[in-house]
Design a protein around this ligand. Structure first.
Ligand code: NFS
Length: 656
């Protein structure tokens, strides 16, 4: 399938690279300054057409073997591997890597939690005891009359099985609707423990092991589910217990959040603990005084990418932009220090930071960059790292050289819609309920729910597909849930506000106005896609919309995806029963049995299915058609027709 287009010129005009005005301004500045960014590297790197279609194999040294994507069954690899074996193995390894990233991150958060509840950590404490009890209850841990630490130790031990268990079902399977779990058991795809699943996938994709794409696809689903309902879900739930469950918070987004007269510190990455500690360092009296002594008005802490999205949701910390803007933001010259942890950290940041004198630091032993300074973050002395970064930032502020140009774009939006908060918003603090959501879906005011998530990337105009797709969905009464870089795209477009309801269809707008909520709900980082799963499970549990996740009128999309994590997320949504559409490119060869299985066959087994589309409006209508199909199967399609008729009648009356 591929779909990556040949690039005509070596340097694309900034306007063709992005719809983000701030990023475009910085692309132009970088070109004036002679600094190369990701957009320029992409224009000079023609994607390998065989690799883009996943028609090559380098799993052994008899090859690498290249098959012909145009005539996929004309050739086989040296070992005899068919196109279906080669593609499914490549896909499996993407899912394994993506799942490993989320689960390793989740396990680190759980380990920190373990230190806290065992009383070994003095720097962190549980912020949300209500959620501690809720999560423990949800997986059958006794909570009545017990201390938080006792509950916490049991929760730690139980959730550690998510990663280390060898046989049995992972703990959060208790949250999966019974009918969905039955399907998974029948298919043999209930995850045992993430380490086991990832290890098995690596074995099965070695030369000469699993050479039946259907059998391998089962392990692909099982591994992805160990991420969505396992590693990622633990990261979200334990993150909430440790750092607080998000509630709607106003936050500013885009490069205009940088301040010329303050020390600007950016944290970019995925693990909340570094960022939480940076918040303590940048607000400490001693550091603020040191900044003032250096001539600054204060210290301005800003986030980027996913940990930025979490901190924005939990504390209203401003956010400077998504994945495609992480180099561009340094071009402002105003970033005094950037501390990174893991995932989506471009190696190119090193050079750009050097050009503008920004102090760039890696902090996690898993992620170092050659030539970039490393200040290791230790959970038993978190401030040791973050204080040092802030001191370096202050000194860079004092010695700033070169012109500073901060784009004045920033948008204010509301973020932090956790699964729990959606319940309180609809039902009130003491009677958390999803009934009003289900009722409004059943009566047709809300047509369905879409999750729009994932990255931005240089092979498609930054933010464009996210924004146009979401606008088209809400225009058609589809409530949109968002996470990750996609949420930042919509936030920059100024649409994460209740007033965006004026762009929504009449039914959705009416619900938003009654509840006082935006038609687009920002739920946090990419691991917080697990919030979309728990919200979907709540919808099934609430009743009236079928018995399995696959019955729900919902769909998902990642129109500008680029990472292996995104593929893992897509696969766990598909395995959970959701129609999931990706854009820009898809690592698969057309007209193969493996593609047919992913794009059609899985749905016939009671799971969801994949889709691909490169036009945001068309993509929206693929999702809407699926939602309408589900409404019809549920027998609620007529209700929507009636609602629409009522509205038309009302409008006629208004005119009269
Ligand atoms: Ni998700 Fe977060 Fe962004 Fe893509 Fe990267 S930051 S985990 S992978 S690029 S959405």
């Amino acid at each position: 399938m591929g779909e990556i287009k040949d690039l005509k010129s070596k340097l694309l005009p900034a306007r063709d690279c992005t719809t983000c005005e701030a990023t475009a301004q910085m692309i132009n500045k970088a070109r004036r300054d002679g600094v190369e960014l990701v957009f320029d590297r992409a224009a000079n790197m023609k994607p390998c057409p065989i690799g883009a279609e996943s028609a090559c194999c380098k799993h052994c040294s008899m090859g690498p073997c290249r098959l012909n994507a145009k005539d996929p069954y004309a050739k086989v690899g040296v070992c005899g591997a068919t196109i279906d074996t080669i593609q499914s193995r490549n896909f499996a390894r993407m899912v394994a890597t993506g799942s490993a990233s989320h689960t390793d991150h989740g396990m680190a958060v759980l380990q920190l939690f373990g230190e806290v509840v065992k009383g070994h950590s003095k720097d962190y404490e549980i912020q949300d005891t209500r959620k501690l009890v809720q999560v423990a209850d949800s997986i059958g841990i006794e909570t009545e009359g017990r201390s938080n630490n006792d509950i916490g130790v049991d929760l730690y031990n139980e959730l550690m099985k998510t990663y280390t268990q060898v046989e049995g079902e992972i703990p959060f399977m208790k949250r999966v609707p019974e009918k969905t779990l039955e399907t998974w058991r029948k298919e043999g795809i209930v995850p045992r423990g993430a380490m086991r699943e990832i290890m098995e996938i690596m074995n099965r994709t070695h030369i000469g092991v699993d050479q039946d794409y259907e059998n391998l696809t089962k392990q692909i689903s099982r591994t992805a589910l160990s991420d969505g309902w396992g590693g990622s879900m633990v990261a979200t739930e334990i993150g909430d217990i440790l750092f607080g469950t998000p509630r709607p918070t106003v936050a500013e987004v885009n490069m205009g959040v940088l301040k010329e007269d303050e020390v600007n510190v950016i944290v970019h990455g995925h693990e909340p603990n570094l960022f939480e500690s940076m918040l303590v360092s940048t607000t400490s009296k001693a550091m603020v005084e040191a900044a003032k002594a250096a001539g600054a008005k204060g210290i301005n802490l800003v986030g980027m990418c996913c940990s930025g999205a979490e901190m924005m949701s939990r504390h209203g910390i401003p956010h400077a932009g998504n994945f495609m803007s992480t180099e561009a933001v340094i071009v402002t010259g105003a970033v005094d220090a950037m501390a990174v942890d893991i995932q989506c950290i471009k190696q190119g940041l090193g050079k750009v930071a050097e050009c503008y004198g920004t102090e760039l630091f890696t902090t996690n032993p898993r992620c170092r960059i050659e030539g970039v300074k490393h200040i290791e973050f230790h959970e038993d002395d978190p401030l040791g790292c973050t204080d040092e970064v802030v001191i370096k930032a202050i000194s860079r502020f004092k010695n700033r050289k070169g012109a500073i140009e901060i784009p004045n774009n920033k948008s204010v939006g509301i973020h932090g819609f956790s699964t729990e908060y959606i319940g309180y918003m609809l039902g009130g603090t003491f009677r958390d309920s999803y009934v009003p959501l289900n009722e409004n879906i059943i009566n047709g005011r809300i047509r369905g729910v879409a999750g729009v998530v994932g990255c931005t990337q240089p092979r498609t105009k930054q933010d464009y597909m996210h924004v146009e797709l979401v606008k088209e969905l809400i225009r058609n009464d589809v409530l949109v849930l968002q996470t990750g870089c996609s949420q930042i795209s919509l936030a920059k477009a100024g649409l994460l506000i209740p007033e965006a309801a004026h762009l929504a269809g009449a039914g959705l707008a009416e619900v938003c106005e009654t509840v006082g909520m935006p038609p687009i709900l920002g739920m946090g980082s990419c691991v917080d896609n697990s919030r979309i799963l728990t919200a979907a499970a709540r919808m099934v549990e609430t009743g009236g919309l079928g018995h399995a996740l696959a019955d729900l009128p919902v769909a998902g999309a990642a129109p500008e995806w680029m990472s292996e994590k995104a593929i893992a997320i897509g696969q766990y949504f598909v395995a959970s029963g959701v129609f999931t559409v990706f854009g820009t490119t898809f690592p698969i060869t057309d007209n193969t049995k493996f593609k047919k299985l992913l794009f059609e066959g899985l749905e016939e087994k009671g799971l969801g299915k994949w889709g691909f589309c490169n036009d945001p409006i068309e993509m929206a209508h693929m999702m809407i058609a699926h939602i309408d199909k589900k409404r019809k199967q549920l027998g609620i399609d007529k209700a929507r027709e009636r609602v629409l008729m009522d509205m038309a009648d009302r409008q006629k009356l208004d005119v009269a």
